[in-house]
Design a protein around this ligand. Sequence first.
Ligand SMILES: NC(=O)c1ccc[n+]([C@@H]2O[C@H](COP(=O)([O-])OP(=O)(O)OC[C@H]3O[C@@H](n4cnc5c(N)ncnc54)[C@H](OP(=O)(O)O)[C@@H]3O)[C@@H](O)[C@H]2O)c1
Length: 272
Amino acid sequence: MNFVEANGANIPAIGLGTWELRDRTCARLVEQALRLGYRHIDTAQAYDNEREVGEGLRASDVRRDEVFITTKIWTTHFKPNDLERSAKESLARLRLTEVDLLLLHWPNPQVPLADTLGALARVRQQGLARHIGVSNFTVALIEEAAAACPEPLACDQVEYHPYLDQSRVREACARHGMALVAYSPIAKGRIKNDRALLRIGDRYRKTAAQVCLRWLVQQGVAAIPRTSKLERLAENIDIFDFELSEDDMRQISAMGSAGSRLTDYGSAPKWD
Ligand SMILES: NC(=O)c1ccc[n+]([C@@H]2O[C@H](COP(=O)([O-])OP(=O)(O)OC[C@H]3O[C@@H](n4cnc5c(N)ncnc54)[C@H](OP(=O)(O)O)[C@@H]3O)[C@@H](O)[C@H]2O)c1
């Protein structure tokens, strides 16, 4: 497993996304993923599966200090007192004493960002989160957050895959020593039949999804693909035994455009 180093955090380059994984399926997939060698699990308060992620972790018999667990605070808990309380509730559901990374799930313009970041930093100082970060932050918000946060931010978790150009967010993260963690890294499954990726994959005996994940990791990005299928768990982590050529990397990067976002941002601030 490769790691992405970011402001003191060592983030395993591939993690298991768990959005929409529920109940026993979630616990079983987390357990199996850890048995297969995954060392990074991504959950969130909003996914309603923190309890099952904790169960999967305990069932796997992998040591707690070998696994990197991320959870995210939902926007309705961004007032300072709420944030601390809800972080503790997440830990109780996970049955952990600390998470490795605690993120603000989404910007919330209704609460001053500096207040929320102050509370997030205090949660870290209390030892409830080893690292803190943000998610769905635009370039402007990354700049504002990096200036306002009393503790270093380890990452911005954003949608990123070959169809979406995120070079400006990547540059902003790099300016502040933050990692970019790619969500929807295989474009919610749309990558699997991509002709160009299939053609590249043929040369390495890899699937389109593996080429896509390798392209992300080779840029120093961490990726958290989700699957509900055991065989795909193995496929999505089997990307560390080949290297894409510079030409392949360029060709895949050229596929992206700024407007191809799959996430519905609703009332979130405009990306710039
Ligand atoms: N911070 C945020 O706001 C945010 C937003 C969205 C997502 N996330 C995180 O990022 C994770 C991943 O994003 P995502 O769930 O949106 O999308 P994704 O990982 O890009 O794609 C998941 C879809 O791809 C399919 N798939 C997985 N591996 C495959 C493979 N090797 N070949 C073909 N199809 C494959 C899965 O179907 P099967 O189940 O049938 O395999 C599923 O339908 C989430 O689970 C969540 O943890 C965070």
